[in-house]
Design a protein. Structure first.
Length: 153
């Protein structure tokens, strides 16, 4: 998400990749920061030198930890519900190729429709929910057969 933040009468363009991860990755005017929010009120920050940033293919878990889990949400290759609600509409099915950031379904919660976007790119192996179904927080929604690079939107 993109934000404009003003500090001491100076405005900064800030892009937050995913506020639910730790550390939070923030890009401020083109520079990448890792921010570790704490309970002290002032977040701890660490600035990475842009020259040291190297693109690597995303691997959710090393190959040795590839044992399957009976719970799809815990296996690391499933998109989970960020909030409880009712699935209103599905936009993917098994076998579909999905890009990171693509809307895969809509969940209605408290009379508001929420577009649920994939944080992975890859191939859908199984859709674990259907339209009209109630889902719980962190319930697995879509399982991926193969994963590409993750994007924390």
């Amino acid at each position: 998400m993109n934000y404009t933040i003003t500090v001491n009468d100076h405005s900064y363009e800030v892009q937050i990749e995913n506020v639910n991860t730790r550390p939070v990755i923030a890009i401020v005017d083109g520079e990448r920061f890792e921010v570790m929010p704490g309970n002290t009120g002032q977040p701890e920050t660490r600035k990475d030198a842009p020259a040291k940033i190297e693109k690597k293919p995303f691997q959710q878990y090393p190959a040795s930890a590839a044992a399957s889990s009976p719970n799809p949400a815990m296996s690391g290759n499933a998109l989970t519900a960020p909030l409880p609600g009712t699935v209103v509409e599905l936009f993917v099915k098994a076998g579909d190729k999905v890009e990171a950031g693509q809307v895969v379904l809509i969940i209605e919660a408290m009379k508001m429709k929420n577009s649920i976007r994939s944080i992975f790119s890859g191939t859908v192996s199984e859709v674990l929910v259907q339209a009209g179904q109630s889902v719980a927080h962190k319930q697995a929604l879509v399982k991926f057969a193969d994963l590409g690079e993750a994007s924390w939107i």
